[in-house]
Ligand binder design. Structure first.
Ligand code: GLY
Length: 364
């Protein structure tokens, strides 16, 4: 005889958390000790950040005699894979990191994505906090709970939505970024301006000397604004069913370029090239004016970001990569395209043939 048991899992979940902007590493350590007095603390970082801040941060966490460990992975996007995740899990399990633990992601986007994904799956989920150390991570990747590793077939193909418990943003950490790393983050700031905030776009146009000099006040303003824009999107669409897709502007072509270059092109650089290519597609589709595309081109150059698809790029491979994007349907890719400076539309479906002819020579 057949029978049916219904498991009712409808529930209200509260994943709310604070982004604490303008704190210091020392204050963050103090807050972590106060908020998680009985948790064993595991700081996941990379070799580069470890050298700069690892000892100081670990010392601050151990100040009251509490147990804290630091685990570093090699710096760079090539570490964001299943092997490194497995290696971190082995190391954590060996030192008996249990459900009573806390993971602290101290690093840029790679560390945040990797450590967050480890936290999401270790013992089916343990709490984690983010301390983003790069501009890119402070304005984008540490906020909103996307955690993942890359696969040779595509970026971020294996991952989860797993929100941090808290994000601590120390702007002084931006001072030690190389100019290239700093510009890398500016690309994501420009993305926010194009898709959501014409005022921010104007501010970036008029203040590049201050921004590039890493003036504290302007950085505070920019980081606060980007985090607040992201908050508004994530609150409405945490799981990227709809609205959150606009944050992928520049990323469909950008991710493909990043992978094709075997990560020689950094994420923000690839997004910069991707944004201009996708804005040109928007222009050819009659969605954005030539004047506005030229403004975007100028702004990217003003910040020393690349805008041209590298000459030796294999377009066949590039398009194949974009069709493996998580957002593709039957091989047609859904793009986020700008409609003006300050607004964008997600879900614009284009065939590979259309994109190829647009990228290689404009509309046919
Ligand atoms: N970085 C895009 C997002 O978090 O949705």
């Amino acid at each position: 005889m057949k029978s049916k048991i219904h498991i009712n899992l409808k529930r209200v979940v509260d994943n709310s958390y604070d982004l604490v902007i303008g704190t210091s590493l020392k204050e963050a350590a103090g807050e972590i000790l106060r908020l998680y007095p009985n948790r064993r603390k595991f700081v996941i970082t990379d070799s580069h950040v470890k050298k700069l801040y690892g000892g100081k941060f670990l010392g601050a966490l151990r100040r009251t005699g509490e147990e804290a460990h630091l685990l570093a992975v090699p710096a760079g996007e090539r570490s964001k894979n299943r092997n490194t995740k497995g290696d971190l899990e082995d190391r954590l399990l060996k030192v008996r990191a249990g459900r009573d633990s806390l993971i602290i992601a101290l690093g840029g986007g790679v560390v945040g994505d990797l450590a967050g994904f480890v936290a999401a799956t270790l013992h089916r989920g343990i709490p984690f906090v983010q301390i983003p150390t790069s501009l890119l991570a402070q304005v984008d990747s540490s906020v909103g709970g996307k955690v993942a590793v890359d696969h040779p077939l595509g970026k971020n193909l294996i991952g989860a939505f797993y929100q941090p418990d808290r994000v601590f943003i120390d702007l002084s950490l931006l001072k030690t970024l190389s100019p290239r790393e700093f510009r890398n983050g500016i690309a994501e700031v420009i993305k926010y301006a194009v898709i959501l905030d014409a005022g921010l776009f104007k501010l970036l146009e008029s203040s590049s000397p201050l921004v590039l000099a890493r003036d504290n006040d302007i950085l505070l303003k920019i980081v606060q604004r980007c985090c607040d824009l992201k908050r508004q999107i994530v609150e409405k669409d945490e799981r990227e069913l709809d609205l959150r897709r606009i944050l992928n502007f520049g990323h469909t072509i950008g991710h493909a370029l990043e992978l094709l270059s075997n990560f020689r092109i950094l994420h923000g650089e690839a997004v910069s090239i991707g944004m201009l290519a996708e804005a040109r597609i928007a222009e050819w589709k009659g969605m954005m004016t030539h004047r506005e595309v030229a403004r975007l081109d100028r702004l990217l150059r003003q910040y020393g970001l690349p805008t041209a698809i590298p000459r030796r790029t294999d377009f066949g491979k590039l398009l194949l990569m974009t069709s493996r994007d998580k957002k593709s349907i039957d091989g047609d890719v859904r793009y986020t395209l700008p409609v003006a400076i300050g607004s964008a539309a997600a879900g614009v479906r284009l065939t590979a043939a259309q994109v190829r002819s647009l990228l290689q020579g404009g509309p046919s």
